[in-house]
Design a protein around this ligand. Structure first.
Ligand SMILES: [Zn+2]
Ligand SMILES: [Zn+2]
Length: 116
């Protein structure tokens, strides 16, 4: 489209233009390859394993009680991790048993942890 608009370019300019066009073609090929990978990811082809791993990692990070917040506290009696709110709510409700294994705990056994 751009090439058609140019009338008789000087040799140097034409060479530069060809080089530019080549770069554009290269970028276009790269973009197409990236789109192809994305498309495979969407269709669940080669990207299926990556998608599954991502889902597994997200599930692992999510509190198993509320299935909503990120885990950020540990019960040091059994080392099970949940979000602090759920541990606090369990303790406040006088249930005081780890939602994971039923081990009795007090708030002294609860520690927050932080990703560095
Ligand atoms: Zn929770
Ligand atoms: Zn536990």
């Amino acid at each position: 489209m751009r090439a058609g608009a140019v009338v008789k370019p000087a040799p140097a300019a034409a060479a530069a233009r060809r080089a530019g066009a080549g770069a554009h073609a290269g970028a276009r090929a790269l973009a197409q390859a990236a789109n192809g990978r994305l498309e495979r990811l969407r269709r669940g082809g080669a990207g299926d394993a990556a998608e599954q791993e991502l889902a597994a990692m997200r599930k692992l990070q999510r509190c198993s009680v509320c299935q909503e917040r990120q885990k950020d506290a540990v019960i040091t009696k059994c080392w099970h991790v949940f979000c602090y709110q759920c541990i606090d709510a369990t303790h406040t409700a006088r249930n005081r048993k780890c939602p994971g294994c039923g081990a009795r705990f007090g708030m002294d056994d609860v520690q927050r942890f932080y990703y560095a």
